[in-house]
Design a binder for this molecule. Sequence first.
Ligand SMILES: Cc1ncc(COP(=O)(O)O)c(C=O)c1O
Length: 388
Amino acid sequence: MSIVNSLSPRAIQAPESGIVEVVNYARGRDGLLPLWVGEGDLPTPDFVNQAAMTALSAGETFYTYQRGIPELRQALSDYYARHFGINLPVEHFFVTGSGMQAIQIAVQAMTSPGDELVYLTPAWPNIAAALEIAGARSVGVQLDFEGGKWAVDLDRIAAAITPKTKALFINTPSNPTGWTATREDLASILGLARKHGLWIMADEIYARYYFPGDRAASFLDVMEAGDKVMFVNSFSKNWSMTGWRVGWIVAPPETGQVLENLIQYSTSGVAQFMQRGAVAALNEGDAFVQANIDKARRSRDILCDALIATNRVQTLKPDGALYAFLKIDGVTDSRKAAIDIVDKTGVGLAPGTAFGPGGELFLRACFLRDPAQIQTAADRLCDYILKL
Ligand SMILES: Cc1ncc(COP(=O)(O)O)c(C=O)c1O
């Protein structure tokens, strides 16, 4: 038996990320416009960095609270009061080492090996992979795509629920499609979960990136105390902190000891000086987040208007999240197309094959960048598309 084959089958079978594969192919090329991963072009703002550096210099380098420092849990509670109009005491909040780790902890908390979790596809690939590594099974339910718009079919979700189903994973606004659930969608999904005794894992990390209004509808708007909803979230996108790897969970306080234990036996908590940066992001970062949202809206318009005008791309402007998900006439293999596009135009896109059933023919472009750069990317892509 080879060394690799002696590892756990679950670990060996975890797929290489189809996004990272293309990034690795062309990373670091001159003049590259990297729209392939979900991050903006700005580094973390200085007021956040300073708070972390001050804490580091002051010797905040010891083990810390598993659930997060009290100041950060309070800042999260205040953030929800400001932006979601809801009063959630600090006992609801748990600080994690990224949104991705929030998902891992939620998966561990909700599922046992052999259990099923229903999620909507096309989807960010990490949810299914995290689940399979934990020994549970991901059951994809496709969103409908018509006239450039994505929509959920609730009967299809209901039909996917079996006695083994433990949870529904709902990412709204969605990466990569931009599909954004209405309040009514969320109420119906919650109704399904209540009827079948399921958990909802709510990934609303793009809730503030909602272009028709202030924020997207949230399960917080429709749920009641006692509902089994666990939110996974992240500092990555709002505050330009992708490299920090800090996120959080919002969960019923009754789950507190279980979540604390899962954190203890994974990271044992997020570095305290980084949590100080996160406190500054929440308490002083409203203007920065708003500037990011405004930039995303302008850049979305530039990219989508230009691509739609070619008459060779099926897409509408997404209502939410940070991505244009493009079906280009003539593209039959999005992995090959992503490689060809980066070779010929220097624009890095993520292939739709990475996002599971329903996404195969699409390419994803992240538009959280300076509008001038997005204009250049749009010009190069339109040129390429019109020559196809
Ligand atoms: C839908 C969704 N959930 C969670 C995450 C995780 O974010 P992070 O691990 O950077 O905090 C991402 C990142 O792209 C995402 O798109």
